[in-house]
Write a protein that binds this ligand. Structure first.
Ligand code: ZN
Length: 88
């Protein structure tokens, strides 16, 4: 099987949970992506980070639940995106 060319996009979480997404080269890069660990809006450009991080410091059990659900949902989104790109 032939691998399509990929690119790595770095996202900077306002809470310091930087992460990297691997996308197809032709995929559109979203400037904002919810952090898989704390659901804060992570950005490709760290200069655009705001002080919204302050709102997430006092975490509730609900926040922690969302945090655990974040990664599988992110992967599901990515899979759907890849499927659409392959079909196009
Ligand atoms: Zn985070």
């Amino acid at each position: 099987m032939e691998m399509a060319p990929r690119k790595r996009v770095e996202y900077y979480c306002p809470n310091g949970h930087d992460f990297v997404l691997t996308l197809l080269l032709e995929a559109e890069v979203s400037e904002v992506w919810d952090c898989p660990r704390c659901s804060a809006p992570a950005r490709t450009n760290p200069a655009q980070l705001t002080n919204q991080a302050d709102n997430t410091r006092n975490r509730t059990p609900w926040d922690m639940l969302r945090e655990r659900r974040g990664i599988p949902e992110l992967e599901q989104l990515l899979r759907e995106q890849l499927k659409e790109l392959r079909a196009a």
